[in-house]
Design a protein. Sequence first.
Length: 114
Amino acid sequence: MASLTELDAAGLPAVSAQSVWEELPADLKLQLEANWRVESAKPAEASLFADSQLSPHEKRIYALLKPDESTQLDEITEKFEGEISSSEIFSILFALELAGKVKQLRGQNYGKTF
């Protein structure tokens, strides 16, 4: 491994995370290691919104909506008839709207925000 005193091809210090780690005092390494958190090995999906924080019903309604076209409220309620009450659909749409995930358009139409 390169030490902090070695230079790279451009004449700049050849510094890497490993070389910095090797130069740290042992007691500081122990303190840092005590606070380490193992990150998940599962790759995360790139998303502007944290869908994992949505309830199952919110996820289903959100998935039905499209960013490039509006969906009529009647179509949403018909899609989930018997599964989700219309009052719950209204409250979910309102919560998604407050969270900035959906936008209410003219004529009781809804769409995803960008």
